[in-house]
Design a protein around this ligand. Structure first.
Ligand code: HEC
Ligand code: HEC
Ligand code: HEC
Ligand code: HEC
Ligand code: HEC
Ligand code: HEC
Length: 426
């Protein structure tokens, strides 16, 4: 009996020691970097202008220390009432910063501290010999600490059992030779449990990450540049992806849409385009590829004749663009709900497409990503007094009463059920 209890105690002791020092990055309350990445990184970079201004040095620009909390909580209201905010907006319009009324003051402080302390990754890397930044360094230290402590615990336990044997021998209690540690059930058990915990953690996180394709950037059949079209030439996203407004899918334009312009635009004369590997793209050649797909004869300025009677010019075929964004089939996502009703910008979810020569997947498209935004975004709630807002929401009596009684000042997507499983899974 006693024997079992000591075995059990040993296991518990070792496990507790090991676990209490196991790598864990979530212990810090307000983690500026994580908060910044989750909330602000879509639009801000610490040290460069992006959709919004570079944030570094913010404290020297803002009119008063309190300004920052008011701004983050409700930019739209500040733009309407505050001169500095109005000037900012004039510079960055039409984008209005999203409001983050749920962020607490210490969280805003943590974000802005992270921003001010930010050093670009390249510099950080040379300084810390290969780490990926603070977080990885911490887990390295924790990892080493864990190992050292586990070793110390192990040695102490060995010493303890040897001493006990000595003292037992002295009083004349005879015990067998101590079991060597690699056959000691307690150690084996602790080892196996640890393997399970660590292995399980990695297996689960790898399984959840399966099929996530952030930064995916396939080679497309034609080098079609969004930077040239949506950036330099300012063609509206909706010209080509118009169904984003009123259907589930944003859709990819057909060859006809391209030909509306390219019957006339035969050559590319804009700024040189270079691939990421440094090789040059010949825009004019790429336009010729488009003509081949369209069955267009650029010399005669007409479509090829339809000799085989299939209803399209001979040689014409659809362009087989490679799909980049792809949610799993068990998720329901609808563009019109977000564009027309939710009034979200394409860039919030797809990044600055108008600056991308080749499109890549900007967001993670994970469940956490969807849900986080639903927790923070407000719906265009119907205001009974002024009659403004989405009339669909006039039926939410409870929220109207709560707003009237100042129990809440805005309604988030979460409030109307945007985090219920069946809204996204069917
Ligand atoms: C949807 C894009 C977007 C997001 C998300 C966003 N911002 Fe902004 N931010 C802007 C834009 C655009 C401006 C410029 C003013 C304007 O047009 O509204 C701005 C301005 C600012 C300014 C003023 C900078 C200056 O030069 O004085 C601060 C500070 C700021 N944002 C902080 C934040 C913080 C903190 C977060 C995350 C909690 C955040 N922003 C998230 C777009 C965004
Ligand atoms: C002249 C037509 C045109 C315009 C304008 C245009 N796009 Fe596209 N877009 C395309 C074509 C063609 C593709 C498919 C090829 C590719 O992925 O590059 C595409 C692909 C995309 C994709 C990736 C689709 C996938 O496979 O997952 C996104 C996201 C996207 N566009 C967003 C935008 C946004 C945002 C804008 C406005 C800033 C815009 N597009 C403007 C034609 C256009
Ligand atoms: C609204 C007009 C318009 C539409 C629609 C349009 N383009 Fe263009 N395209 C342009 C302009 C303008 C240029 C730049 C010409 C220049 O700068 O010399 C261009 C340039 C190009 C180029 C050379 C530069 C590059 O991006 O590699 C290609 C290839 C091209 N277009 C393909 C397409 C394809 C494919 C489509 C259909 C998905 C399309 N275009 C739809 C106006 C259009
Ligand atoms: C709230 C986030 C969000 C916004 C805002 C958004 N998209 Fe998307 N977009 C997605 C997701 C998620 C997918 C993947 C959909 C899927 O796989 O079913 C996607 C897919 C696409 C595709 C690939 C074709 C398709 O329909 O699946 C295109 C093109 C596209 N988006 C263009 C746009 C354009 C243009 C806008 C702005 C008018 C826009 N998106 C706004 C999240 C968004
Ligand atoms: C940039 C912020 C943002 C992101 C990211 C986002 N959504 Fe939304 N979503 C909204 C907003 C805003 C609404 C509310 C529209 C309205 O006013 O009804 C909404 C509404 C919805 C609704 C309807 C909810 C209801 O109760 O009627 C569904 C379903 C939904 N989103 C699915 C998704 C899925 C799936 C993803 C991830 C692939 C996603 N959303 C990512 C902002 C976002
Ligand atoms: C706002 C939309 C949204 C809501 C609400 C939502 N999910 Fe998801 N869920 C997603 C998306 C998007 C994915 C795909 C993630 C991926 O591919 O990595 C997903 C994936 C999953 C998966 C597969 C495992 C994984 O992470 O890929 C499970 C299980 C799941 N959701 C369960 C739930 C449950 C249970 C609820 C309710 C508590 C819920 N979801 C609510 C959007 C949502």
């Amino acid at each position: 009996m006693i024997c079992y209890r000591t075995t059990f105690n040993k296991v518990l002791f070792t496990l507790l020691l090991v676990l209490s020092f196991a790598p864990n990055n979530n212990v810090f309350a307000a983690d500026g970097e994580a908060l910044f990445k989750a909330n602000c990184a879509n639009c801000h970079k610490p040290d460069a202008d992006y959709t919004g201004p570079a944030l570094k040095g913010w404290s020297k620009r803002i009119p008063s220390p309190d300004w920052i909390y008011k701004w983050v909580a409700n930019p739209a209201q500040m733009i309407a009432s505050d001169a500095y905010a109005k000037a900012l907006f004039e510079k960055w319009k039409p984008t209005v910063m999203t409001s983050f009324s749920s962020l607490k003051k210490d969280e805003v402080d943590a974000i802005l501290k992270y921003v001010d302390d930010y050093t670009p990754p390249a510099a950080a890397q040379t300084a810390t010999t290969g780490g990926e930044g603070g977080e990885t360094d911490n887990s390295m230290i924790f990892g080493i600490l864990t190992l050292v402590l586990a070793l110390v615990a192990f040695i102490l336990l060995q010493v303890n059992s040897n001493l006990r044997k000595l003292s037992d021998d002295k009083v004349g209690i005879h015990r067998g030779e101590p079991v060597p540690f690699y056959r000691n059930k307690a150690y084996l058990m602790a080892g196996i449990l640890l393997l399970f915990a660590v292995g399980g953690y990695y297996v689960i996180s790898a399984a959840i990450g399966l099929g996530r394709m952030k930064n995916y950037q396939p080679v497309q059949p034609i080098y079609y540049s969004h930077k040239v079209h949506a950036g330099t030439n300012q063609i509206s996203c909706l010209y080509c992806h118009g169904s984003a407004q009123d259907s589930k899918h944003a859709g990819i334009p057909s060859v006809n849409v391209c030909m509306n312009c390219h019957k006339a635009i035969k050559e590319y004369k804009g700024d040189p385009i270079v691939r990421e590997d440094g090789s040059a793209v010949n825009g004019t050649e790429e336009i010729q590829k488009l003509y081949a797909y369209a069955g267009w004869n650029a010399d005669k300025k007409e479509y090829n004749p339809d000799n085989n009677n299939d209803g399209t010019p001979d040689g014409a075929r659809p362009i087989s663009w490679v799909k980049i964004h792809n949610l799993p089939d068990h998720v329901y996502f609808n563009h019109s709900q977000h564009i027309k009703v939710g009034q979200q910008q394409c860039q919030t979810c797809h990044g600055n497409i108008q600056e991308m020569p080749e499109v890549y997947q900007f967001a993670e498209l994970s469940m956490g990503w969807c849900v986080n935004c639903h927790r923070e975004s407000k719906v265009n709630f119907y205001d009974k007094k002024t009659g403004e807002g989405n009339k669909f929401y006039s039926i939410y009596e409870k929220f109207h009463n709560d707003i009237k009684n100042h129990k809440m000042d805005s309604v988030t997507v979460e409030n109307i059920g945007g985090t219920e499983c069946q809204k996204c899974h069917y």
